[in-house]
Design a protein around this ligand. Structure first.
Ligand code: FAD
Ligand code: SF4
Length: 485
């Protein structure tokens, strides 16, 4: 156990964010480093619970009390070994995970949870700094060849596990660079792309082969795919965005979040994109959707120099405390203030958009909205509350409905569920014998931690299918849902 009295003597302390007026002038990450001594004190708050609910909260089953104890003792090398035992990419989850482990932490019943995510992040960063993250090349090559389609966190986790098991793994990605939403969705201020590139370099040295700029189903036909590979892992994400079919959707100035954010990410790195500019500079921006993707649009628009940003949400404002129906250790819907919200903009709740309004040249000039109240699960417009919100740019951040159904998915002939997701059994196997699926494509729009957990588990199934051995760990069965999500 870490410090036996730590949870009584030490208050929770998270790292400071850089001052708002400085950070919105650049694209660098928002958080500052915490003194290692302070981090140790924080890790020392862990009670090493008999039943560590943090484990159940984490889809990866991270061995949290073990590495809390090791960090408290200063045993950094052992700590990273325990962390890597369950998580291929702690530098992604340490920055980006909403940390269901923390909402499940036992201390959270009547005090502030252990800063698990911060201990995770610092453990991996110390390991990179000290050269403890080295390529893990396989002892022998099996001769089996596997295609992983899609290079987001699910595809990358599956590829790393299968490469380390001795298979030859080729990762196909239709975008010009590898990384999926880690590269083109998540803004630089949440995770700098050099963090992704650092891990990709390790994977390349281990032997994983990357083929960006190849759309499977178009540049590589399904017939070629089937003839070349012993097994196929679909990790193509849930990229089909939700539309808002109301009058005026076609006006200039109305974009989907995932049309806007990739452009912003390229702009942040001065990679001058070929696509037309979608720049918020000098504009009044409205974001439709109160979730995390909306917050990413908000932070991007502020950095581009938007005149104002309003984020609107159809749901009522969540409460600041856990609602009665979502007690510990569940992951509650509460009012959260992300770093982007701290930087500016306004959030408006219980409001629905009825129409986009344009000037004579078809350029967006306002949104016509109405206030709503929630009654029996339905949003009822409040008569007389209609009004306009003036803006020159509207960004639709209303989520994703599942994988794209045309192209690869259609040609392969995989079965879909009622929700339009790729159907799989508990072993992540589709209706086709040597075709497996993991991440958002099979699960629906979700989280990085889930994508990694599913990628690891699908890799274990593929390895078993090809070799009949059980050498890779299964993190979670496809149908399993841990306690906290
Ligand atoms: P993806 O990351 O979507 O990757 C799928 C890849 O497959 C894409 O690159 C796509 O181009 C490629 N592809 C598709 N079809 C083909 C084809 N035919 N041939 C070749 N390649 C193909 N989660 C968090 O936990 N924390 C966050 O902070 C967070 N922020 C987010 C911000 C945004 C803007 C969005 C949209 C999502 C965010 N998420 C976040 C969710 C998280 O990013 C996803 O759950 C996760 O990336 C899913 O991983 P994946 O590997 O299944 O798919
Ligand atoms: Fe430590 Fe919290 Fe996990 Fe208990 S639940 S072992 S206090 S991190």
């Amino acid at each position: 156990m870490a410090d036996p009295k730590g949870f009584l003597t030490t208050d929770r302390k998270t790292p400071e964010r850089r001052p708002v007026d400085i950070r919105i002038r650049d694209w660098k990450e928002v958080y500052q480093d915490q003194e290692f001594h302070e981090l140790q004190r924080q890790a020392g708050r862990c009670m090493d619970c008999g039943i560590p609910f943090c484990h159940q909260g984490c889809p990866l089953g991270n061995l949290i009390p073990e590495w809390n104890d090791l960090i408290w003792r200063g045993e950094k090398e052992e700590a990273i070994a325990r962390l890597h035992a369950t998580n291929n990419f702690p530098e992604f989850t340490g920055r980006l995970c909403p940390a269901p482990c923390e909402t499940a932490c036992v201390i959270g019943i009547n005090a502030d949870a252990v800063t698990i995510k911060q201990v995770e992040l610092r453990t991996i960063e110390e390991a990179f700094d000290r050269g403890h993250v080295t390529p893990q090349q396989p002892d022998r090559i099996t001769g089996k060849v596997i295609a992983v389609i899609g290079s987001g966190p699910a595809g990358l986790a599956a590829a790393q596990q299968l490469t380390r098991a001795g298979h030859t793994v080729v990762v196909y990605e239709r975008a010009e660079k590898i990384g999926g939403l880690l590269r083109y969705g998540i803004p630089e201020f949440k995770m700098e792309k050099r963090i992704l590139d650092r891990r990709l370099a390790q994977m390349e040295r281990e032997g994983t082969r990357f083929r960006p700029g190849v759309e499977v189903g178009r540049d590589l036909t399904v017939a070629q795919l089937k003839s070349r590979y012993d097994a196929i892992v679909i990790a193509t994400g849930a990229t089909q965005w939700r539309e808002l079919e109301i009058p005026g959707r076609e006006y200039e100035g109305v974009y989907q979040a995932m049309e806007y954010l990739p452009w912003g990410n390229k702009q942040a790195l001065s990679e001058l994109p070929a696509e037309p500019q979608i720049d918020a500079d000098g504009k009044r921006v409205v974001i439709l959707g109160g979730g995390d993707t909306g917050a990413d649009c908000l932070g991007t628009a502020l950095r581009q120099g938007a005149k104002s940003v309003t984020q609107i949400e159809i749901m009522p404002r969540p409460t600041e405390e856990r609602p009665d129906g979502q007690p510990w250790p569940t992951y509650p819907m509460v009012y959260r203030v992300s770093s982007a919200h701290e930087e500016g903009g306004e959030r408006v709740y219980a409001i629905a958009t009825q129409e986009f309004l344009a000037d004579d040249e078809g350029r967006l000039r306002a949104l016509k909205v109405v206030e709503t109240r929630l009654e029996d699960g339905k949003f009822i417009p409040i008569p007389g509350s209609e009004h306009e919100i003036e803006c020159e740019m509207a960004l639709l951040a209303m989520g994703f409905t599942g994988p794209e159904r045309t192209g690869l998915i259609e040609e392969l002939g995989v079965t879909l569920t009622d929700r339009g997701l790729i159907a799989r059994d508990d072993e992540y196997q589709t209706n086709l014998e040597n075709v497996f699926v993991c991440g958002d494509a099979g699960r629906g729009q979700s989280l990085i931690v889930w994508a990694i957990a599913e990628g690891r588990s699908a890799a274990a199934s593929v390895d078993r299918y090809l070799t009949g051995r059980n050498q890779l760990p299964t993190t979670i069965a496809a149908s399993e849902r841990p306690l906290a999500l």
